[in-house]
Write a protein of this length. Structure first.
Length: 285
């Protein structure tokens, strides 16, 4: 079992970032996918991908995009893979214990969602505007973190929607504090008039727009044009950024942005990301 010291608040490098070298290829087995532009063939949940090697590594990892597996380059487990493999099941893999495989995959799905919640809470704890909520945020973080340390049976028994809903109320308060601190924007016109939580902004032309402090929670931004847009302080939790053009956009202080969202979008050398996120390699292709 691999152990490491608990990192300080705001340091997601070990606990909430995927470490495939310490995972048993869970995303390559537990998840189902259908043949599409993102996946080259159908695969049932629990069925190992044919590209998964005996050492749990992908045989075609450097060429996933070229081979029709764009969806694999986008996925992010928020560090749940190594947590489940090394801690929850103490290094015992689904190959070593096939009778426990279904339980391992089900636990992985739960822990991934818990780790996503921790990602948002961890980010909130680093925000100066959210300091009035620090005690509540720390309590929520500690509660969710304790859940991730439960036994497999207890993890599968938790009321995940209830925990997610309660944290979401707290995150909405964080969002309001951060966005209230954004500079006032000029007159709103055109596509900006449609900006709101959950809005259908598929293909919207928002290039060069000042979107500081905008509330775009859960919005559909598939294929939207955000070139050179200013998204600092914009709440992007749950927003669908697949194929959104972020060339030259400033997301340096975008709120609740995840690696999965960044991976799904298109950017370039001029795109500014939060320090906690990596620039996808396919952006340079």
């Amino acid at each position: 079992m691999v152990t490491s010291p608990q990192p300080p608040r705001g340091d997601r490098s070990r606990t909430l970032t995927a470490d495939c070298g310490n995972c048993a290829g869970l995303c390559c087995v537990a998840l189902a996918f259908s043949k599409s532009a993102d996946f080259a063939f159908d695969k049932d949940a629990g069925e190992p991908c044919v590209n998964l090697d005996d050492d749990f590594r992908c045989q075609i990892h450097p060429h996933l995009g070229d081979r029709g597996f764009k969806g694999c380059t986008v996925f992010d487990c928020f560090g749940a893979g190594q947590k489940v493999t090394q801690q929850t099941f103490a290094g015992r893999t689904w190959r070593q214990a096939p009778a426990s495989a279904d339980q391992i995959f089900a636990v992985f799905a739960v822990v991934r969602q818990l780790h996503e919640i921790l990602w948002y809470l961890d980010e909130s704890l680093t925000l100066p505007q959210a300091q009035p909520l620090r005690v509540e945020l720390e309590a929520a973080y500690d509660e969710i973190e304790r859940l991730t340390d439960l036994t497999p049976a207890d993890l599968l028994a938790i009321d995940l929607p209830n925990h997610r809903d309660r944290v979401n109320v707290l995150l909405a308060r964080v969002s309001a504090l951060v966005r209230a601190d954004s500079p006032p924007r000029g007159p709103v016109s055109g596509a900006e008039q449609a900006i709101r939580p959950g809005a259908d902004l598929i293909g919207a032309r928002l290039a060069g727009h000042d979107l500081r402090g905008a509330n775009i929670r859960g919005a559909y931004l598939i294929g939207a044009a955000h070139r050179r847009a200013d998204l600092r302080g914009a709440d992007l939790i749950g927003a669908d950024l697949r194929d959104a053009d972020l060339g030259g956009a400033d997301l340096s202080h975008a709120l609740f942005l995840t690696q999965l969202q960044v991976n799904a979008a298109r950017g370039d050398a001029a795109t500014t990301l939060p320090a906690s996120l990596r620039r996808p390699s396919h952006w340079d292709a």
